[in-house]
Design a protein around this ligand. Sequence first.
Ligand SMILES: [Fe+2]
Ligand SMILES: [Fe+2]
Length: 382
Amino acid sequence: MSTPVRFLTALSQALATMSLYGDDHPTTARGLDAALERLRELQEPDPKMHFTFLSGEVLFGTEVVHELEGWEWSTRLVKAGVERIEFLDPVEADQFDRFLSHLAGRLGIRPASSVDLWQMGESAIRYGLVTLAEGQRVRNEPARVATLMYTLREERETMDWVHQEIQNGAKIPMVEADAVVRSLSVAMHAEQAMVLPLLQLKEFDQYTTTHSMNVSVLAMALGEYLELGAATVRALGVAGLLHDLGKTCIPREILVKPGKPTDSERLVIREHPIVGARMLLASPEPMELAAVVAYEHHVMLDGGGYPALRDARGAQYASMLVHVCDVYDALRTNRPYREAWESNRALAYIQERSGTEFDPGVAQAFIAMMRQWDQRIAKMPA
Ligand SMILES: [Fe+2]
Ligand SMILES: [Fe+2]
């Protein structure tokens, strides 16, 4: 059993004993001690860590805890509004006791009192809905736009690492990529999610990471808007996340160069769909949909774009869907040679090219979806 599993098992046992015995019963105290001991073991290498709970699924940091698949306590925690537990510092015994009694209150194991005050006090433990902490709302934004507000720092770090691994010639770390998609999906569905959890580009070096995560979120949102099934939506999330994987092979000087690329540089850039698709097909579990999308995401409806397809039927539906998300995010981002466009302008561009570059059905759905998100943002209090 891994240390996260040992801790969560001890935690659930402590909660179970709390529901069976009273506060002062020695069994309750023993359960609490055991859970705290496991927590200390887990915090030993690094006290800062977090768990995310989905129905029947648990993530430790960005890693899925496979041993706890279908674990009933994760469903119970989610139902009680506990989607995330964060530990910021080494936890003291009294803090831990308080935390567990608040948790028991939330779970309905004991009467809930002052539960909501918990997070207002100083504590090394935080829990609640997934809002992904730190600087979610950017106040006083000059233009209200549908990007922003989440930092998703760990997910971003994981993706940076995924890209580095690939640059170093390692196989695609699919478990991590999958975990990032799950986290993005959680962020998208957080109860208070007023905006899509899109990232703002801070440094140009992070372009590929930031852009991949945004395209993943947009593709999942569009898939849901089009009422595609959950498995398809998740597959679109993975395909969106990995669509530009081939860019990890383009020399940095070309990628960050301001101004127009030369003809020979353009040829190198245009290879990225093919390189990416090859990488995805060579991964230990070949990612076929992601490979198709990586190959076709620059193909236009009228046959323009690149690479040239041999199949006269044109690009697949999933590729056309990712294509529109890809273009939108690229337009909405500051580039070395131009400022980011406002959402409205990017949507007008998509509208104008609906039927030529973009599949009309996909383009119309995308525009309608983004207008909905933009309207929600417009209604948000300043
Ligand atoms: Fe691309
Ligand atoms: Fe892209």
